[in-house]
Structure formats: C-alpha cells, structure tokens
Write a protein that binds this ligand. Structure first.
Ligand SMILES: NC(=O)c1ccc[n+]([C@@H]2O[C@H](COP(=O)([O-])OP(=O)(O)OC[C@H]3O[C@@H](n4cnc5c(N)ncnc54)[C@H](O)[C@@H]3O)[C@@H](O)[C@H]2O)c1
Length: 269
C-alpha cells in the first residue's frame, strides 16, 4: 500500500457512514491517524475500531453535532491534544433533507405537494442550511483556527454536491446549501492562503451510500439518475475517497478554492 498520508493527522466529520467512512478507510490505509466525528456515536465507535484493526493506525472517535460551535472547536482541540498536529480536515457530515436520518430509507424528494419550496415549511429550509452549510462553516473555521495555531498549514476539504450546480426540483434547500459550500470554499481559500491552508470541495453525483438508498429502490428515481448521468451508473464511495485522498495529499499542492466533481459527468452541460 502507498503512504501518501504517512505521519499525517486527519479529522473527518460524518465519519460513521457513507463518504466520510470510505474516506476514513482510505486515509488510514495511506498512513494517516484519524479522529472521526459523527452524531451517531454507536456507528462512529464501531467504524473507528474497525479501521484501527484493519490498518493498525490510531483512530479515535468523538461524538458531535456539527451545528454546535463549541463541539466543533472541542473536536479540533481533541485532535491536537491527542496527536500534536492537524493536517487534514474533511467535512463530510450532511443530510439530504430536514427529515433525513442516516441509514433510513427516504421517500421521493420531487413531489410538488410536499417538496416544492412554495409548500415546504421554512423550518425544513433552516435545518438543512444549519447542518449542510453552517455545519461545514463551523467545522472549517475551527479547523483553520487550530491549523493556524500549529503553524504548519493544512488541507480543508468539504463535501458539497453536484446539486450545488444543478437545480433539483423538490430539493431547493439541499441545492442552496451545497452551492453555499462551493462559495464558502472559494472565500476561505482566499482568506487562508497566507497561512498555507488549502481549501477545496468535492461535488459528487449520485453515490451508493445510505443517503441514496431510497432513490436506488425506486424505479422512477433510478430512471432520473440514469437520464442525468452520462456514465450510466451510481458512483462508489471509494471513488469519492480517491478524490478526497488527492485533495488531502501533496498531489494537489497547487489546488485551492476548487470544487472537483466526481459526478459521472452530470454537470458537463
Ligand atoms: N451519497 C450521495 O450521492 C451524495 C452526493 C453528493 C453529496 N453527498 C454529500 O456527502 C456527504 C455525506 O453523505 P453520505 O452519502 O455519506 O450520507 P450518510 O448518511 O451515509 O452519512 C452522513 C453522516 O453524517 C452524519 N451526520 C448527519 N448530521 C450530522 C450532524 N448534525 N452532526 C454530525 N454528524 C452528522 C450522519 O450520522 C452520517 O454518519 C453529505 O454532505 C452529502 O450531502 C452525498
């Protein structure tokens, strides 16, 4: 196995499932020690133990809600106290809708009666923006503060979505939260460049994780994804982990402020 992250320390929010977990597995296989963080403590503890056993790396778990400023700051302190360094922070915690709980199969998102913005409670909008956009901002800000304190630069990576570029009827708050992450990435890249901190995002298409289980089980959902996706398949979590590894490692040393789209070609025009 290569060791593109040998000696590095990475924090991953949303590390208990899907894209966060797949990235954690890849980072550890490439030599990084990890702090995983997630709302789901049981799955998080289990994931951390499994990755440590598989790779021999040190993998810690911290339970947190990314919408809580104190908790995101405590997470970064935990990493610095445990390992004495902080090289990579991947913000992968997120939800597809206000009612989404990771691992539960969600219903269709494009029913105009319930999901179009004119019919949707404002509370749904606020909840998704709070987790997907403010949660990423709080994670990135706490990461940057810790990295500046250590003085060694670093790489901050957020999971946005192709939905930040492609309007999906019925998913307004999700699309807007992800468009926000893409712009947040650009602004932070400029603000943090002088500290040697690179800030980039990943904009996946439809990937096989618990988040897309509902779409994959629904013939109309499947048809919609295939019609949108030139490569005619869902992506694998490992394909997003590859992108995260690239952005985390020195291989991407001249990238900052960018969003890379492993999307099967969805947004190519
Ligand atoms: N799966 C896809 O097709 C896809 C496509 C584009 C973008 N994304 C984005 O990738 C990210 C990861 O999604 P996934 O597919 O791995 O989903 P997932 O449900 O498998 O994993 C999300 C993880 O985030 C955690 N989480 C949710 N809310 C949290 C909170 N407030 N605080 C801390 N942890 C929280 C969950 O417990 C879960 O472990 C999300 O931001 C999602 O929007 C996913």
């Amino acid at each position: 196995m290569d060791s593109k992250l040998k000696g590095r320390v990475a924090v991953i929010t949303g590390g208990a499932s899907g894209l966060g977990r797949a990235s954690a597995e890849r980072f550890a296989a490439e030599g990084a020690d990890l702090v995983l963080a997630d709302l789901n403590a049981r799955a998080g503890e289990e994931t951390a133990a499994a990755i440590a056993a598989e790779t021999g790396r040190q993998v810690e778990f911290v339970a947190l809600d990314v919408t809580d400023e104190d908790q995101t700051e405590a997470l970064m302190r935990h990493a610095v106290d445990a390992f004495g360094r902080l090289d990579v922070v991947l913000a992968a915690a997120g939800v597809s809708s206000a009612g989404y709980v990771s691992g539960q199969v969600t219903v269709r998102i494009d029913d105009p009666e319930t999901n179009y913005l004119i019919n949707k409670p404002a509370a749904d909008w606020r909840r998704v923006l709070d987790i997907n956009l403010t949660g990423v901002m709080l994670t990135a800000r706490a990461a940057a503060q810790a990295m500046i304190g250590l003085g060694n630069g670093g790489s901050i990576i957020s999971i946005a979505s192709v939905a930040g570029r492609v309007p999906l009827p019925g998913a307004a708050e999700y699309c807007v939260s992800k468009a926000g992450v893409i712009m947040l990435t650009q602004v932070l890249a400029r603000e943090l460049a002088d500290h040697g901190i690179r800030v980039n995002a990943i904009g996946p298409g439809f990937i096989e994780t618990p988040m897309t289980a509902g779409i994959r089980q629904d013939p109309e959902g499947l048809e919609m994804v295939m019609a949108m996706t030139p490569l005619q398949r869902f992506g694998q979590p490992s394909e997003i982990a590859s992108t995260a590894l690239f952005l985390a490692s020195d291989e991407s040393s001249y990238f900052t402020g960018q969003t890379l789209f492993p999307s099967g070609g969805i947004n190519v025009g």
